[in-house]
Design a protein around this ligand. Sequence first.
Ligand code: ATP
Ligand code: MG
Ligand code: MG
Ligand code: MG
Length: 476
Amino acid sequence: MESAEIRRRWLSFFEERGHTVVPSASLIADDPTLLLVPAGMVPFKPYFLGEVKPPFPRATSVQKCVRTPDIEEVGKTTRHGTFFQMCGNFSFGDYFKEGAIKLAWELLTTPQDKGGYGLEPEKLWITVYKDDDEAERIWHEVIGVPKERIQRMGMKDNFWSMGVPGPCGPCSEINYDRGPEFGPEGGPAVNDERYVEIWNLVFMQYERGEGTGKEDFEIIGELPSKNIDTGLGLERLAMILQGVRNMYEIDTSMAVIEKATELTGVAYGDAEESDVSLRVVTDHMRTATMLIGDGVVPGNEGRGYVLRRIMRRAIRNMRLLGATGPVVKDLIDVVIEVMGRQYPELITDRERIEKVALAEEARFLKTLNAGTNVLDSAVAEAKAAGSTVLPGEKAFLLHDTWGFPIDLTLEMAAEQGLTVDEEGFRRLMKEQRERAKADAQAKKTGHADLGAYREIADTAGETDFIGYTDTEGEST
Ligand code: ATP
Ligand code: MG
Ligand code: MG
Ligand code: MG
């Protein structure tokens, strides 16, 4: 089943059951606490928080999502992309646990010729929060899932909160058993690649108090109005329904892999290392295209920096695979071709998207070779001195002069067996920011030596290289 059909079935299934279809919001979150949208519930947050009265009791959407914290998994696991689409159904004080569970089961297991996704019930494994007897009872007694295929999990996996006082609650996840070729049996609690998580049902029923983070807090009461927030990964379901091994091989990704193999001459399936690179390229070019499509431009702070590091990582992986010239235009053309069906604005916006992406590629290619030489000699120097750590000043130099995002430096150093003094790097970044601020202040008061600081002011920003991953917590 094609991705477009999975999406169509999702929306019509829920629409027929009284849900208002809400189009995907932009990836640029309309929410000061988030850089980018990491989950389908984000556009509905004001309803869940009770800040705005929901205009409908039930809604459904297929939301574009970006999760930069998952970047390390990309290409290595079979199921994590930095960009993906989250299919969701939402109830605002309307149906609750039993309603949500029944709907999910019906859609997944109804045969394909009757409008569902036709998954075999025996392959579905359920997780519930360790104290959620009610969810377990519904799965077992109402739906008929045998107890052996229901597992209890802890706070980390099966309890949802936003990390601050407000609504929270247990979740229940539906996982699909891909069979013994994906590893030992035992259910999702022991093997999350074989029993791949496809759908998370969040039961917002409590109010949490103060406390730190997502695990250490107290529940202070029941919510007067209980809500449902669910999220199913469209690409993960496509991977299952299309019978491919990972989400980069589905209909809306495989063409990009093929283009990358054509541009580099490296065949997919040749070696694990080059396959990871091909998948990284595919994922990152999809993400970059979608981000630029929504108006993000590469830069040194915030979203612009997310885009920059994703693009530069894709370009560098293409070089690792053997590409020598520019590659971005060819790759973006394919992304637009496969994604344009679901997002026609990519087609009408093609010229602008390509212009932004090509300018970034040109900027990076200009310094990539020289930067690589700088890095190589810094590595050699460190090794000669008997050290396994690349000094923070070198990472700073690479960032500042050669446009290497810190994680590119980390990655390239790691390939040669070195770590990086990240603390030193961050200290230098902070000092530079402070200088830039002082400069801006001086400019205002008219006492600046404009020439001397211009370069610094242009490249510095408010970027906190670690900070943004914290603000992009997973919401569903
Ligand atoms: P995982 O445990 O596999 O990392 P998750 O628990 O972080 O997934 P949720 O936050 O529950 O995921 O998001 C809801 C659904 O969105 C998941 O069940 C999955 O189908 C999908 N999803 C989450 N992260 C990704 C990703 N990085 N790439 C593709 N799909 C994803
Ligand atoms: Mg995750
Ligand atoms: Mg999970
Ligand atoms: Mg989950």
